[in-house]
Design a protein around this ligand. Structure first.
Ligand code: SF4
Length: 295
């Protein structure tokens, strides 16, 4: 069974890749070296990213801030730097670091399509688990199912992000990620393998996935799957996010532009919006009987 389009991904790449190469999908790939891989992180104790850039190219992606530190001529979603020495560097680092919780991954999707070829995130997870670290996975890719063989029976939680229950909106905001149905299947299969599971509903998009109907659907899906932990997140005005969100709205829902501007940039409006959303999130969770799983 294959989980990625590995062959088609590299149809246009030659066997040796000394310089930038372009995938069949038009993503520029550069092989680079890193000096460190595991970083201290606010979400867990550590996080790691084997890739700079993410082929999923989500319209609201916060990881765009990476371009401040790693400037690229290509737009977000159209480049990936591959840290080909990631596993070697990680093995060296974990010999000196105390075990802790590791978030995979904080600035890219570790299971984005290139991972089918490079297998770096897989190897890093294997090393971390063998060294006694706990790994918390968050992905929008079904490729993570490839790695159930090394994850099952270990100290791992498999989580997926779901922004909207509507497949059409998911395809618009997250053009290269797995479908919502596939992400739910990841949770089901992880659960069937005995692993703890989690779902991040976020960022909840005003008037698109934060409506009462959408919240009811999201929490009912979480209840159906029997997911162990549920987080929610609001859309945040992080650097470089707004231009990309505007682009999507201009194309598909120009009537919402002003509403988004207020929710994101008017402090009072934002505070009121978040309080109200929090109330409705708890209500929807209660109706589906999963309040105790809200993180
Ligand atoms: S999957 Fe995550 S890291 Fe990748 S583009 Fe989407 S939001 Fe950004």
């Amino acid at each position: 069974m294959t989980y990625g389009n590995e062959a088609s991904l590299f149809d246009s790449l030659d066997g040796h890749r000394p310089g930038p190469q372009v995938t069949a999908d038009g993503v520029t790939v550069r092989e680079v070296s890193c000096k460190t891989l595991l970083n201290r992180c606010g979400i867990g104790d550590y996080s790691f990213n084997c890739y700079v850039g993410c082929m999923h190219g989500c319209g609201y992606c916060y990881a765009r801030y990476m371009q401040r530190f790693h400037p690229h001529a290509e737009e977000w979603g159209r480049f990936v730097d591959v840290k080909v020495n990631a596993a070697v560097v990680l093995a060296r680092q974990i010999r000196r670091l105390p075990p802790g919780d590791v978030f995979a991954c904080s600035a890219c999707d570790g299971w984005q399509p290139l991972e089918a070829h490079y297998r770096l995130t897989r190897e890093c997870c294997r090393l971390l688990l063998a060294a006694g670290f706990h790994v918390d996975i968050l992905t929008k890719s079904r490729l993570v199912l490839r790695d159930l063989d090394i994850l099952a029976g270990r100290d791992v939680r498999v989580g997926v992000t779901i922004t909207t229950p509507d497949e059409r909106w998911a395809a618009i905001w997250e053009p290269a990620a797995a479908s919502v149905a596939e992400r739910l299947d990841v949770l089901r299969q992880a659960k069937a393998s005995g692993l703890a599971t989690a779902v991040m509903f976020g960022p909840l998009l005003p008037e698109i996935s934060d409506t009462d109907a959408a919240l009811a659907r999201l929490f009912s899906l979480a209840a159906d799957v029997g997911v162990d932990k549920i987080w929610t997140d609001t859309l945040n005005p992080r650097p470089r996010v707004w231009p990309s969100v505007q682009e999507v709205l201009r194309r598909y829902r120009p009537d919402l532009l002003e509403h988004y501007r207020r929710v994101l940039f008017d402090r009072d409006c934002r505070r009121a919006y978040r309080q109200e959303l929090d109330r409705r999130v708890h209500e929807a969770a209660a109706v589906s009987g999963v309040s105790d799983r809200l993180g």
